[in-house]
Design a protein around this ligand. Structure first.
Ligand code: NDP
Ligand code: 2IT
Length: 451
């Protein structure tokens, strides 16, 4: 840590949040960028802005009881961490995955504060979820779970208070059940209380595509600083969920070729490029596994059960990597393989997918590295556009919404690049994103007083 006060504050974060290593990791990464800012602006330290930022405004933990198809009562744990509302209502997704703990939700909520500030839109930071595992559950079990989850959470939500959306394991189907239950309990058709809704009932066009498209737009901007584009580039995209899928589509539209993607059980490697339509059919429509995609694709596809997607860079030259599955999925050794392969740009579609060691390797290797809070901000930004449409009872075209998204990603890139330059580290998007996001939230917190 570059600064004594920040160092001692980080010790406090460790002590006050024991057993939450992902939160520690996210906080450490932001703190490491803030030395110069704190020196330059003593008013932030005087008002204990960092201390306040690390303490969520409110944390809600609740029991989620539901009945499975065989009639057994099942219990999960629900979370919502309302981290910071200096810039707007708490905003951030819900994650349903068996690995979810309070620490997971806190790391995601903390990242979300700065990400949302970077969008320039009026949204605060929050995150939620449950250790519920949607895998292998029937449609009715998913519905009952979502209804029970909302029966407890609804009292904390509202379009001016807290506006959840999707994340891992939560997509349009789950948002539908959650919204239905909210509407039923409150007797209000309050469209702006959730985002990621279906286009036919208050959702925004391009929200489904927004995170993946946005990550590719961000990478495109980074490449442009070196006079390069996606045209002819060979790309790896990890994951095969919402973010990965639409990152793949956009890379192909821009003339690049995505040769591999993955899920938690394996990797598909298609030397001549993935078949986006087939992938979308298997993953989004049929909710199938990647192994099914590989089977249907036949000789054009190789399925590697349990394999690592990054090791493909050991076999063939890779130009761009877009980690889009989950946290800490790309470690130092993976980063070394990518750098050796000649990778020029990495943009994080997922939240914190690269370990600190991996980020160091990219930086030493002069790789353009777009951290998640900048590169994947297109999803939440388009959620804010959905809130705008809901507030005006309007519905925009796909083309208009996508152009707004592209413009927001250009602005985020510009403000990260300009801030990095101002702080003497041109090209350091980690520093640029952390300082730029922090400054916007900190200035609003100063203006609002000690609350
Ligand atoms: P999905 O649930 O649609 O897809 C998740 C993908 O990641 C699946 O392929 C899944 O494989 C894989 N995955 C999840 N957990 C693990 C794990 N522990 N180990 C290995 N693979 C895993 O989620 P999203 O695409 O929405 O989210 C992906 C990432 O993007 C997350 O980090 C999320 O926080 C981030 N993000 C999402 C946004 C959004 O708008 N949805 C916005 C910004 C960031 P499997 O099916 O086998 O579990
Ligand atoms: O990590 C994220 O930014 C999201 N999961 C999207 C949040 C949102 O409110 O759209």
């Amino acid at each position: 840590m570059p600064h004594a006060r920040i160092e001692s504050l980080f010790e406090d974060v460790l002590r006050r949040n024991a057993g939450e290593p992902e939160f520690h990791q996210a906080a450490r990464e932001v703190f490491e960028s803030l030395g110069q800012v704190i020196e330059k602006h003593p008013q932030y330290a005087d008002a204990s802005i960092l201390e306040r930022l690390c303490e969520p405004e409110r944390q809600i933990i609740f029991r989620v009881p539901w009945v499975d198809d065989s009639g057994h009562a099942r219990i999960n744990r629900g979370f919502r961490v309302e981290f910071n509302s200096a810039l707007g209502p708490y905003k951030g997704g819900l994650r349903f995955h068996p690995s979810v703990t309070l620490g997971t939700v806190k790391f995601l909520g903390f990242e979300q504060i700065f990400k949302n500030a970077l969008t320039g839109l009026p949204i605060g930071g929050g995150k939620g979820g449950s250790d519920f595992d949607p895998k292998g559950k029937s449609e009715l079990e998913i519905m009952r779970f979502c209804q029970s989850f909302m029966t407890e959470l609804y009292r904390h939500l509202g379009e001016y208070t807290d506006v959840p959306a999707g994340d891992i394991g939560v997509g349009g189907r789950e948002i539908g059940y959650l919204f239905g239950q909210y509407k039923r309990i409150t007797n209000r058709y309050e469209s702006g209380v959730l985002t990621g809704k279906g286009v036919g009932w208050g959702g925004s066009r391009a929200r489904t595509e927004a995170t993946g498209y946005g990550a590719v737009f961000f990478a495109e901007q980074m490449l442009a600083t070196r006079g390069e584009s996606f045209d002819g580039k060979k790309v790896l995209v990890s994951g095969s969920g919402n973010v990965a899928l639409y990152a793949i589509e956009k890379v192909h539209q821009l003339g690049g070729t995505v040769v591999a993607c993955s899920d938690s059980t394996g990797v598909v490697y298609d030397r001549d490029g993935l078949d986006f339509e087939l992938l979308q059919q298997v993953k989004e429509v049929e909710r199938g596994r990647l192994s099914v995609y590989a089977e249907r694709r036949g000789a054009a596809s190789e399925y590697r059960a349990g394999g690592s997607i990054w090791s493909i860079a050991d076999e063939t030259r890779i130009d761009v990597a877009l980690p889009s599955a989950t946290q800490n999925e790309l470690d130092e050794a993976d980063a070394q393989v990518l750098v050796k392969s000649g990778v020029v740009a990495v943009a994080e579609g997922a939240n914190m997918p690269s370990t600190p060691g991996a980020v160091r390797v990219f930086s030493q290797g002069n790789v353009l590295f777009g951290p998640g809070k900048a590169a994947n901000a297109g999803g939440v930004a388009t959620s804010a556009l959905e809130m705008q449409q809901n507030a005006s009872r309007d519905s925009w075209s796909f083309e208009y919404t996508e152009e707004r998204l592209a413009e927001i990603m250009r602005n985020i890139h510009e403000s990260c690049a300009a801030t990095a330059e101002e702080y003497g580290e041109p090209g350091n998007y980690v520093l640029g994103a952390n300082v730029s996001g922090f400054t916007r939230v900190a200035d609003a917190m100063l203006a609002l007083g000690v609350i």
